[in-house]
Design a protein around this ligand. Structure first.
Ligand SMILES: CC(=O)SCCNC(=O)CCNC(=O)[C@H](O)C(C)(C)COP(=O)(O)OP(=O)(O)OC[C@H]1O[C@@H](n2cnc3c(N)ncnc32)[C@H](O)[C@@H]1OP(=O)(O)O
Length: 209
């Protein structure tokens, strides 16, 4: 078992802890969080905040995973880990369906019962959450988050740090830019440019944004 430190102690981190235990490859040595809800989360000790990273690295811990839901924050912490020469593993729940031709990059996460299809890409620190489907040739950008139950048809592209709310459906070949937010239950049937917040069926930009 490879020792692993997890950054984060919130709801997302709790799901990651259970996923790591189910996958069986890593031994969680502790969590780092500046304001944890308690000093133990699902039995894992909180060791301090990010300030503990240097000591952990010096003591031979080489693997770390960022379990923070906020996309921009996750990216910032992941960059710091990379600078400190930590390895960010790709994690996947054993019940996930990952095509042998799909590509996953450092720090990416595939939750329970999610599907990553043929020649799909899950870029660095991106999240494919519980039961979400990213079908063939989908490209999920760095630090994006596809929430539970989303359905992305073939060839969809999602840019860096974009967030697709729970149950979003996306038509084939659609391009969603970077830093986009799509509201829960939306149906995306036309391209969305960078920075847009969109809701509804069909998805339209939110008023005043
Ligand atoms: C494991 C996990 O839990 S992963 C996390 C999953 N989380 C999600 O899926 C959350 C997705 N978030 C949303 O859908 C949010 O509502 C957002 C981001 C789209 C908008 O949030 P806010 O900016 O706070 O919007 P707010 O709640 O103030 O609503 C503004 C208006 O938009 C409407 N609205 C908000 N979200 C939606 C939506 N998804 N679809 C349709 N209408 C919506 C509201 O009814 C409201 O309408 P009104 O002005 O007529 O009253």
């Amino acid at each position: 078992m490879i020792p692993l430190v997890i950054i984060g102690a919130g709801g997302h981190a709790r799901v990651v802890i259970e996923l790591v235990r189910a996958a069986g490859r890593f031994n969680i040595v502790g969590l780092l969080d500046p304001a944890p809800p308690s000093d133990r989360i699902l039995g894992v000790k909180v060791l301090g905040d990010d300030g503990a990273l240097a000591d952990l690295r010096a003591n031979g811990i080489s693997h770390a995973f960022v379990a923070l839901g906020a996309n921009a924050v996750r990216q910032r912490v992941a960059n710091r880990l990379a600078e400190m020469d930590f390895t960010r593993p790709c994690l996947a729940h054993p019940s996930a369906e990952i095509s042998p031709s799909a590509e996953r990059r450092a720090g990416s996460l595939v939750m329970a019962r999610a599907v990553l299809g043929t020649e799909a890409l899950l870029d660095e620190d991106a999240i494919l959450n519980t039961g979400a489907v990213a079908d063939h040739d989908v490209r999920l950008g760095a630090c994006c988050h596809v929430a539970p139950g989303c359905a992305l048809a073939g060839g969809v592209v999602v840019g860096a740090r974009s967030f697709l709310g729970v149950g979003t459906s996306v038509r084939p070949e659609i391009r969603i830019g970077s830093d986009v937010v799509v509201g829960a239950g939306a149906a995306v049937v036309s391209d969305l440019s960078d920075g847009i917040r969109a809701i509804g069926v069909p998805a339209k930009p939110m008023k005043g944004v």
